[in-house]
Design a protein around this ligand. Sequence first.
Ligand code: SF4
Length: 247
Amino acid sequence: MINSWVLPFVLDSKRGGLETLRFALGWLDGEQITRHEKKWVINSFLPPFPGKAFDRMFENLLSPRHLSPVSAYLAVTSECQLNCIHCSLKNRRSANPRTEQWIDTLEGLEQLGVSLIGFTGGEPLLEKDLPVLVREASKRGMESMVFTSGMNLSPELAMELKQAGLWAIAVSLDHPEPEKHDEIRGVNGAFQKALDAIRISKNAGLYTMVTMETNDRSHGESQTQLLHKKKSRADQIMCRRLLSAES
Ligand code: SF4
């Protein structure tokens, strides 16, 4: 499977086929590649293949002269209706730049060679011009994804974002038990909203991820089982390890 899609790089490369093949296979080692809407997804930190954004990233990786960041994350709003116990936003000052300033930023990131834009917040779905920014990123050959609590994702908004060119949505789940998740998030019903958002995102044809932060393997497994039981099947579940305060 890998050999067939690595082939274009081998043929295109100025490095020489064997060297590029070695590079590509080493780079993919340990990845769990998934399929979504006729594209391959290596992981959520890279744009899907094939595509303009992936080509740009790989060209930059192979070029000995030009080193570019693969991705950039834009906190498009500091607004959020949740009150998570782990939120660091309260202690940060935020200017909430205007849409035109974000468009200028996207232009600069395009010139830097960035391939993937992550929209974060606050809650990025509260930014009314998010579809405009997604469209701008897409127009400039960059893939984009949104990191959300899931609180504000309606089927209409998901479809609008998809049509603007959004590739993926990542929904955060903090705990497999609804009450505990809501307690961490500071709002009753946040857990159900997250599950609804996973389903809505999938139905809109977006690559759908669940992110959870845990050091506990069984926590991660029960979260996954719960999603399956609720028929909220994400395309990818990402467990990020929490750093111990004592380490
Ligand atoms: S969802 Fe994010 S921005 Fe909102 S309160 Fe929680 S951690 Fe803070």
